[in-house]
Design a protein around this ligand. Structure first.
Ligand SMILES: Nc1ncnc2c1ncn2[C@@H]1O[C@H](COP(=O)(O)OP(=O)(O)OP(=O)(O)O)[C@@H](O)[C@H]1O
Ligand SMILES: [Mg+2]
Length: 289
């Protein structure tokens, strides 16, 4: 009898873990998994985002930890970029966009009237899908932020910031002999690393990346992914990606969005091997999206 019990126990456990949670189709829902963590670097609560009358993000709460890479995944149009842009108030630049909810960086309200969005965007930097170097030299692209924020008191200090940033972005060796050449003359993968160097040059606390490698070939993508892993030592990173392999390679936690709702959050390995929600499972197994 006891042998039988032992034999059947794992099967029951298996069935229970494989039973998937169905997400409510109404506006009220509850995110499954660890969307809230102790001592977060960045914290968001009950976030709603609207474009005019159309709601793009519904009641979303998500914490991001120190030195953590969190991947945002989900089908096209589910609100990944919208949510990401709300983290450094880039949505403020879209006139019809309205954001509600709480956003705190180290406990500080980033939507407070006293918060200067320009300074905030230096603390929470952003790297876009398409590399967008300024029509300036490689040096001036990286020096741009430190100059406007007055981070260097002389040329030697500025040189130091530019070189260190290019090194951290894994680009210095390739460009050290042509720092005065235009940034736009670099390859796509190099331009993206230049944009990463430009972002790091102002010593951000958090880096937001919106599909940073989607326009790159596999080699340039691998370089960016390796870089993300190194950057994690000094920065907190939120990355939107359509590549589940990429999310699996670079992130520690993954957040799955569906039609503007944060359906499930968990350790990346768990989300990809044993998601708790049916919607997440359908997406990662390619049933839709
Ligand atoms: N500037 C805008 N004006 C009006 N609606 C917008 C705007 N930007 C996004 N939306 C809408 O908000 C919803 C979420 O869009 P968002 O770009 O955040 O999705 P996404 O998950 O990043 O998609 P993708 O994977 O295709 O980049 C979509 O319905 C989109 O049409
Ligand atoms: Mg997007």
């Amino acid at each position: 009898m006891s042998i039988q019990q032992t034999a059947t126990a794992p099967a029951i456990a298996q069935t229970q873990t494989n039973q998937k949670i169905m997400t409510s189709t109404s506006d009220t829902y509850k995110t499954v998994g660890r969307n809230i963590i102790p001592n977060p670097k960045f914290s968001t609560r009950n976030v709603n985002v609207f474009y005019g009358d159309k709601q793009a993000i519904f009641d979303t709460s998500l914490d991001i930890g120190n030195n953590e890479v969190v991947a945002l995944i989900g089908p096209s149009g589910c609100g990944k970029s919208t949510f990401l842009r709300s983290l450094n108030r880039m949505n403020d630049t879209i006139p019809i966009c309205r954001v509600t909810g709480e956003f705190t960086l180290d406990g500080e309200d980033i939507y407070a009237k006293t918060m200067d969005p320009v300074l905030l965007r230096a603390r929470v930097g952003m790297v876009f899908q398409k590399a967008n170097p300024f029509p300036k030299s490689i040096y001036d692209n990286v020096a741009y932020g430190p100059r406007i924020h007055g981070l260097a008191s002389n040329n030697a200090e500025l040189d130091e910031i530019v070189i260190t940033s290019l090194e951290k972005a894994g680009l210095f060796k390739e460009v050290k002999d042509r720092l005065n050449a235009p940034g736009t003359g670099l390859s796509g993968g190099q331009q993206q690393r230049l944009c990463i160097a430009r972002t790091i040059a102002v010593s951000p606390e958090v880096i937001l990346m919106d599909e940073p490698a989607s326009a790159l070939d596999p080699i340039a993508t691998a370089i960016i992914e390796e870089l993300i892993d190194e950057l994690r030592e000094n920065f907190t990173i939120v990355i939107v990606t359509h590549s589940m392999q990429q999310a699996a390679r670079v992130s520690q936690r993954t957040a799955y969005f569906h039609l503007g709702k944060l359906i499930e959050v968990g350790k990346t390995s768990q989300i990809f091997t044993n998601p708790r929600c049916e919607l997440t499972e359908n997406y990662i197994t390619g049933k839709f999206g």
